[in-house]
Write a protein that binds this ligand. Structure first.
Ligand code: 6PG
Length: 258
């Protein structure tokens, strides 16, 4: 897996670096096209990043009116549920920035059938792709200790869907809650830039395996057709690389492909 890796001493510096990088990447994207699509990650790792983006200086450095926000996955719960990925991003970020509400596209969780919700979201993803650059310009992803990304878990049938399926529903996620909607690998292959935000010693083994090319891990199968993947790690998540004799730069220096 060819990837760039940047390692930071702790979660706070990881979040700050991710915020700086996002501002740069959004600026660069908007320099060449009218709008930028940004896919948000769920879970806990991105919370510090979202909080930073919601405040100065970052809030004033981003052209929110030219951003279209989507999600990589969603737990199949109401927006007000504390487990909701969209609910978290709204609380921590989107309620605090001047993004037009029509440009915020959470995954629907009100359909009786999650598969119908997934089909509806696929329509929205396709519309964003068609009315933009043809790519998901910037995709944020977290990673589980098992190497899952979004709601794509190891050995799951959702990893082997046809290229035409960009969004799917699952009802047996090993990480609760079991019912989820997720972008698929074909959708993630349409990314311009994937930022993998990974922190914590519990992720270190999966980081090492993925960067060694272990395709049993869903994260290792995120290989954008025309885009690139950047791992942003804290020192704890990079610790297995040090043990393997690959010194992790703890000053945030970008290291070359692995
Ligand atoms: C989810 C997330 C999931 C998350 C990873 C990492 O809905 O649970 O989308 O893919 O990004 O499990 O979670 P943490 O950031 O909480 O470690």
């Amino acid at each position: 897996m060819s990837a760039s890796i940047a390692t930071y001493p702790d979660r706070e510096q990881l979040a700050a670096a991710a915020a700086d990088l996002l501002v740069q990447q959004i600026d660069a994207t908007l320099a060449t096209q009218p709008r930028c699509s940004l896919v948000l990650a769920g879970g806990t790792t991105p919370v510090l990043l979202y909080r930073l983006l919601a405040q100065r200086p970052y809030r004033t450095q981003i052209a929110w009116e030219r951003l279209w926000v989507l999600w990589g996955d969603e737990r199949y719960v109401p927006l007000a549920d504390p487990q909701s990925n969209a609910g978290m991003a709204v609380r921590e970020l989107l309620d605090h920035v001047p993004i037009p509400p029509a440009q915020v596209l959470p995954m629907p969780t009100t359909y009786a059938d999650p598969h119908a919700a997934a089909a509806a979201y696929q329509q929205q993803v396709q519309h964003v792709l068609a009315s933009g650059s043809g790519q998901l310009d910037i995709v944020l992803l977290g990673m589980g200790a098992d190497g899952h990304i979004a709601s794509l878990f190891p050995d799951h049938a959702a990893l082997a869907l046809p290229d035409a399926v960009l969004v799917t529903a699952i009802d047996d996620a090993p990480k609760p809650p079991p019912r989820r909607i997720t972008l698929t690998l074909p959708a993630l292959q349409q990314a311009g830039l994937v930022l993998l935000l990974v922190a914590g010693a519990d992720k270190a083994a999966a980081v090492q395996r993925a960067l060694a090319g272990d395709l049993a891990l869903p994260v290792a199968r995120v290989q954008p057709v025309h885009g690139r993947v950047l791992w942003l790690l804290d020192a704890a998540a990079a610790s297995a690389r040090e043990q393997a004799g690959i010194r992790a730069e703890v000053t945030g220096i970008m290291t070359g492909g692995a």
